[in-house]
Ligand binder design. Structure first.
Ligand code: PLP
Length: 366
């Protein structure tokens, strides 16, 4: 349930909010991450004052000194989550406490001031309450929230910043993949580039991981693929994850498998939720490493029936084809498999309030 405590956030409403007509126009099939709501949440941190100046205010540019640390040493972390419209017109977040906790882990790894979980939760809840008319109602559509934090101290010395700016922006998004007939995504095996090594930042959500993955993603695009899949940094054979999604495999005995959280894989909240839901459905779930060669062999023998990627943005994205310098195979019939479809529907039905929330994951806001 929503917070009953009085909010620490001062609310300053926009004097020129988007008109209802214009909003409805923008809410019609928005391109991912291109449409934004009228407001944002911000909180500041300094060593002297701690976290202070919590506001919901009109969305606007930041004015920042060019020497601000984030521009030079990339001390930045973020989260990604969604607010859903419920059948009775209410609004809800999905497992926001998990995002709050992960944001703290990310802050710790990047030597940033950890934002108290309660402040994180209030920031997203207050913003969604104010921007409720921006939550789209189409099946699979949602209001995507992007909490992030940057180092704002003005100094060129290499050190953890003494000042931070935390912010949440909101962006209505359509279902990532629509219709039952959509094809699986094609993925490129990155043989040259590595996403994460043990002891690095692979298991936290920082912008730097994405910056480092873009050359591999560009290579994937040049090879005609939609996404890149990364292998482990040491043996270059264990499948880790996509650039921004975890990966699952579905076998002919009905079991499913996902790589264990080895320290180099981002602990996705979608991943965790799907493991629980698959077990609820009576499926055997293994968290175990899986090699790219085994993936190819199992796809070719038919032992592997499906593979899919998962994350907040796309929810579940079936993988149709895998290509690389040393690999080329089709998974199943290259289309969308029944297990991926079922798990996606079970999760979406909970998130969008169509089925019972047996695990207490739905955070109703109003
Ligand atoms: C965010 C992210 C995921 C998915 O996490 P969810 O909590 O399910 O959205 C997976 N991999 C990477 C690298 C990510 O940054």
């Amino acid at each position: 349930m929503g917070d009953v405590l009085e909010s620490k956030f001062s609310i300053y409403k926009s004097q020129s909010p988007t008109s209802q007509d214009e909003r409805e126009r923008q809410l019609f099939r928005p391109a991912f991450g291109r449409v934004f709501t009228d407001h944002m949440a911000t909180v500041r941190y300094t060593e002297q004052l701690g976290w202070h100046d919590a506001k919901i205010e009109p969305r606007a540019e930041f004015r920042m000194d060019p020497s601000s640390l984030v521009f030079h040493y990339a001390q930045e972390i973020f989260e990604g989550m969604k607010a859903y419209r419920l059948p009775d017109g209410g609004g809800a977040l999905f497992r926001p406490e998990a995002n709050a906790r992960r944001f703290q882990n990310s802050a710790q790894r990047l030597a940033m001031a950890p934002l108290p979980e309660q402040l994180f939760l209030e920031s997203v809840r207050e913003l969604v309450r104010l921007e409720r008319d921006w939550i789209p109602s189409a099946q699979g559509a949602a209001l995507y929230l992007r909490p992030f934090m940057i180092a704002s101290e003005v100094v060129l010395g290499v050190k953890p910043s003494a000042e931070y700016l935390y912010c949440v922006i909101a962006s209505p998004v359509d279902a990532y993949f629509k219709g039952p007939s959509s094809q699986g995504v094609t993925i490129w095996v990155s043989d040259d580039y590595v996403r994460a090594a043990l002891g690095g930042t692979g298991e936290v959500k920082c912008g730097g991981n994405y910056a480092a993955s873009l050359a591999a993603q560009r290579e994937a695009t040049q090879e005609g693929c939609d996404q890149v899949v990364f292998l482990d940094a040491v043996e270059r054979r264990w499948v880790e994850e996509l650039g921004g999604m975890n990966v699952f495999f579905v076998f002919d005995d009905g079991s499913i498998q996902t790589p264990a959280l080895s320290g180099t894989i981002l602990p996705g909240i979608t991943r965790d939720s799907l493991i629980v839901l698959a077990q609820d459905l009576g499926m055997t779930v293994r968290e175990e490493r899986y090699s790219i060669d085994q993936w190819q062999a199992d796809a070719q023998s038919g032992r592997l029936r499906e593979a899919f990627a998962c994350g907040t943005a796309a929810v579940v994205a079936p993988i149709g084809e895998v290509k690389g310098r040393k690999h080329k195979f089709t998974v199943g019939d290259g289309g969308v498999g029944p297990v991926a479809t079922r798990l996606k529907n079970v999760l979406l039905d909970i998130q969008q309030g169509r089925s019972a929330d047996l695990h207490g994951w739905v955070d109703r806001l109003y």
